[in-house]
Design a protein around this ligand. Structure first.
Ligand code: ADP
Ligand code: MG
Length: 473
């Protein structure tokens, strides 16, 4: 058995109006080569300009990942030639990136895990290539789109941990609003580095790098395939070659090339861009924009005795979590709040295919209804129906309750009278009950409910029905 060691390099397109170093639009379009300025084509005599929005979002992400952030950032040139890189170099960061030495904590199958972040830097995306049988096409729309790269330390030990980390990272991007992070659009993709070692080994094994994997499921597949392939090599007493591989549709990985060393890129500071100072005031304002993140919310919900599954559901989406937090500011019944949110509200959002912010029912409206249920003023079933009706008609549920005069009947005297009347009208059922068929009591509850337009409190009705029937023995 070998210990699996994984390090990830995650690329994520930053959501901005314009590109990282030009004023071309940063929007997705399927018309090729329309979002292109001379800088993106690498035409001579053109100078890049730094995009403040991209920098701000990179800084914010670095902070959210608990990184140390520098007092100034510097851009560097990474030199290599490829048809998707018309300048012959990529502007990136090595000397002073936005963040170093961070960490992020999350849950993997219910257990806490922390991944150390080596660094976060900002760079530019390349153009995209489309290959045909005897020619290739280049689309420069993607050339120069701001790209954040997050490099982890080799401290991830399974495919499950890797996927949970990627999901956490995506969630942080969405919470911060720094990227849409859609992997099917290539907005989030990662390189997976993986090596194996024996428990007794003091140094890490030789790593293999798998480039540009989009889907998280493919990350899992690639890792599991490599564990098998590398184990077989080591079992035979042979050595793993340090190389770059790609994953194919069959879920297997294939060698692309032996690994290029950093020195081959001949990095140097980008002479066309001055260092950018980041003042303490600037950092403070950016830090204030960071909302409470998913993991902190999950922990807060668990402390309220919400079960893990519901805590995960509530914290997954910032808007839903914010909505829930507003609901529980206005009601003390956490259980009912969780139940109404995860079942009634989330169910309706799915059905109506809308965002929670577009929902007519506000958190206060929902809390008001929950409070009436808690005080036995309205039955659970009726309350749910009223919420559905309120959503359909865009009316405050309290108004519906008022207009229909449908407060739950819990008053014992009032209920007992109704129960007695129902028992009088049901001699057959009374006989059955007295002969030992006690289930009949539930049938009588049903009758009480219909006689009262579902306003009777079902639990109280059952109790009274049994009392009255027992008295007849
Ligand atoms: P390189 O110089 O080859 O680019 P780095 O040290 O910069 O390698 O690391 C690149 C990525 O590979 C990082 O995410 C790091 O965590 C990971 N990594 C480094 N060494 C190993 C290893 N032995 N096994 C698995 N991952 C590794
Ligand atoms: Mg490296």
């Amino acid at each position: 058995m070998y210990k699996v060691v994984i390090g990830l390099e995650v690329h994520c397109e930053v959501l901005t109006n314009t590109k990282n170093f030009s004023s071309a639009k940063n929007t997705y379009t399927n018309i090729p080569n329309i979002n292109v300025m001379p800088v993106d084509l690498g035409l001579p005599g053109i100078l890049p300009v730094v995009n403040e929005e991209a920098c701000r979002k990179a800084l914010k992400t670095a902070m959210a990942l608990n990184c140390e952030t520098p007092d100034e950032i510097i851009f560097d040139r990474k030199n290599y030639y490829y048809p998707d890189l018309p300048k012959g170099y990529q502007i990136t960061q090595v000397t002073k990136p936005f963040g170093r030495n961070g960490h992020v904590t999350f849950l993997v199958n219910g257990k806490e895990k922390t991944v150390d972040i080596h660094q976060l830097h900002l760079e530019e995306d390349t153009a995209s290539l489309e290959h045909y049988s005897n020619y290739s096409l280049i689309d420069y729309n993607r050339s120069g789109i701001p790209l954040m790269e997050i490099v982890t330390e080799p401290c991830i030990y399974s495919a499950d941990e890797a996927v949970a980390f990627l999901e956490t990272l995506r969630n942080i991007f969405l919470y911060l609003g720094v990227s849409e992070a859609k992997s099917d659009k290539g907005q989030m993709r990662c390189d997976v580095n993986i090596s194996l070692m024996k428990d007794t080994d003091k140094v890490l094994g030789t790593k293999v790098e798998m480039k540009n994997i989009n889907a998280f499921n493919s990350v899992k597949e690639a890792i599991n395939y490599e564990i098998k392939r590398q184990s077989e090599i080591l079992d035979k007493g042979e050595k793993v070659i340090q190389e770059t591989r790609r994953i194919d549709e069959d879920g297997k990985t294939y060698s692309m090339r032996e690994k290029v060393d950093a020195v081959d890129y001949k990095y140097f500071v980008e002479p066309n861009l001055a260092p950018v100072k980041i003042t303490k005031e600037y950092k403070d304002t950016v830090r204030k924009e960071i909302p409470e993140l998913e993991y902190s919310r999950i922990k807060r919900y668990l402390e309220l005795n919400i079960n893990l599954e519901d805590a995960l559901t509530l914290a997954k989406d910032k808007d839903i979590s914010n909505y829930f937090d507003e609901v529980i500011k206005n009601t003390k019944d956490i259980n009912l709040a969780v139940n109404y949110l995860t079942i009634v509200i989330l169910g309706s959002l799915n059905k109506l295919n809308i965002n929670i912010n577009d929902l007519f029912i506000t958190p206060t409206m929902l809390a008001n209804v929950i409070n009436l249920v808690k005080e036995n003023e309205v039955s659970n079933q009726l309350a749910k129906n009223i919420i559905y009706e309120a959503m359909e008609k865009n009316i405050d549920p309290l108004e519906i309750i008022k207009s229909k005069n449908i407060k739950q009947i819990s008053d014992e005297g009032e209920l007992r009278n109704i129960v007695k009347k129902i028992i009088d009208e049901s001699p057959e059922q009374v006989k059955e009950y007295l002969n030992g068929k006690e289930m009949v009591a539930n049938f009588l509850v049903g009758k009480v409910m219909s006689a009262t337009n579902k306003q009777a409190n079902p639990a109280a009705s059952l109790k009274l029905i049994k009392e009255e029937l027992e008295r007849m023995r």
